[in-house]
Structure formats: C-alpha cells, structure tokens
Design a protein around this ligand. Structure first.
Ligand SMILES: C[S@@+](CC[C@H](N)C(=O)[O-])C[C@H]1O[C@@H](n2cnc3c(N)ncnc32)[C@H](O)[C@@H]1O
Length: 228
C-alpha cells in the first residue's frame, strides 16, 4: 500500500506551488486514479489535466460541496482532496473540513510555496522563521513571533491576501525594529507559474508603500526577509 492509495483513508494531496514539475509522482498517480477530486477551484485548475471528475469548492459553498464529496466516497467512489503546496503548511483548516466530511484522511505532503520562496531568496529553510497570516483571526501570536525573530533570523511569511500584504508586514516589522530598514526583502509571486515574478528590495522601501489603496503584489505572494 502507498500513501497515495485511497483505501481506508482519503488522501489529501499537496499539489505543490502550481507548476506541474512540483506535483509529486504519487500525487499525480492518485489524481489520475480517483473517481472524484475535491478542492478549491483555484487549486483544481492547476491539476485539471490529471482529473476526470472534479467537485469545485469556494469559500462560500465548501461545506455543502465537501458533504457532496463525502456522500460519493461513502457510496464507494475513490475520492481524493487537493490542497495548494503542502497541506501541512497553512492548510490545516481545509484538512479538518475534509476530515469532517469523510472521516479518516491521510495527508500527502507536497512542495510548499514557502520552500520555493526560500530557495529563490537564498535562505536556508531550517534557519528561517516561517509564519502564515493566511488564517482566520487576527494572528496576534504569529505577528509577535515574527517581530521576535527578525533580529536574528530570516523570515518567510505568507500574507493575508488584500488585508495584510507584504508592504503592511514590512511596516509592522519596521515599527518594531526601525534599525532593520536595510534588510533584504524579497517578494515572490506566482512561483513556478508562467507569471512568476521575484521583486528584490529592502524592508524600508517595501514599508514605504504600506497602507495605500492597493498593493503592488498579487494574492499569490510570499515575503522573505533575509537574515542580516
Ligand atoms: C492558504 S496558503 C496555503 C499555502 C500552501 N499550503 C503551501 O504550502 O504553499 C495560500 C497562500 O500561499 C501562497 N502561495 C501559494 N502558492 C503560491 C505560489 N505559487 N507563489 C507564491 N505564493 C503562493 C500565497 O500567499 C497564498 O495566498
């Protein structure tokens, strides 16, 4: 038996950051073998070529769509759920909802966009503080950990699209540590996708654009701050 077989547990497959090179061999096999694949439309679209029957979720209808998926799995169909990147990184809420709908799940790790961002920025993953603000709530603990880590470590941060964007994170960090303005800040967008863009600047320059009408970056962004 492989991690990717849908036997007693439904695999929740991490599809990687979007580019097909980063979908694991096992993940691809599980998608191709599945009768039905559930996930957010934005995720399913990246793996559409490997999927025959999909159930698309949006933030508004995910409970109903996951229930529909659960009913099909209960009826004997082979079901697989997909999550962006690695489900173990900022994907826990989706994994919990799939578990609620189907019972037992098995998380199949993928390559996280945070790994790609660290790689593009030349930062060792094990030495960085990695935090996601892409969750419900105000992320007080995550923000505090980022402020505490900044003097000594590199940071890899998943923003909250359209609410706490890379410029806002830079501003918060500089307010706590004004001496860190010269630190390298790298914003990685659409990693591994045709629109990939890597913007290299400093924390101070990035923070200058905080609080404006619109961010210069897309919702598919990760901020890396290099260690000094
Ligand atoms: C809910 S988090 C999920 C992260 C995912 N589980 C992972 O391991 O990459 C979604 C956020 O990840 C980031 N992200 C995902 N894919 C990305 C990509 N290809 N390029 C840049 N950022 C990405 C964006 O900040 C996006 O809003």
């Amino acid at each position: 038996m492989s991690d990717f077989d849908a036997d007693t547990a439904v695999p929740v497959v991490g599809i990687g950051p979007g580019g097909d090179d980063y979908l694991t061999v096992g993940g691809r096999r599980a998608l191709r073998a599945a009768d039905v694949v559930v996930g957010f439309t934005s995720v399913l679209d990246y793996v559409d070529g490997h999927v025959t029957d999909r159930i698309d979720c949006s933030y508004d209808d995910q409970t109903a769509r996951l229930d529909e998926f659960g009913e099909r799995v209960q009826a004997g169909e082979t079901g697989v759920a997909v999550a962006m990147g690695d489900p173990n990184c900022s994907g826990g809420q989706f994994v919990a909802r799939v578990r609620e709908a189907v019972g037992e799940v098995r998380v199949c790790p993928g390559v996280s966009a945070t790994q790609l961002a660290a790689s593009r920025a030349g930062v060792s993953y094990d030495e960085a503080a990695i935090e996601s603000l892409h969750k419900r709530g105000d992320c007080v603990a995550e923000r505090e950990r980022l402020r505490a880590a900044l003097p000594d470590r590199a940071l890899v941060v998943i923003p909250l699209p359209w609410q706490t964007m890379p410029e806002d994170i830079a501003r918060e960090l500089l307010d706590a540590h004004p001496e860190a303005g010269g630190r390298d800040a790298i914003v990685c967008e659409s990693l591994t996708l045709p629109a990939e863009t890597v913007t290299r600047t400093t924390l101070a320059e990035l923070a200058d654009d905080a609080g404006g009408e619109a961010s210069a970056f897309s919702d598919l962004s990760i901020l890396v701050v290099r260690a000094s």
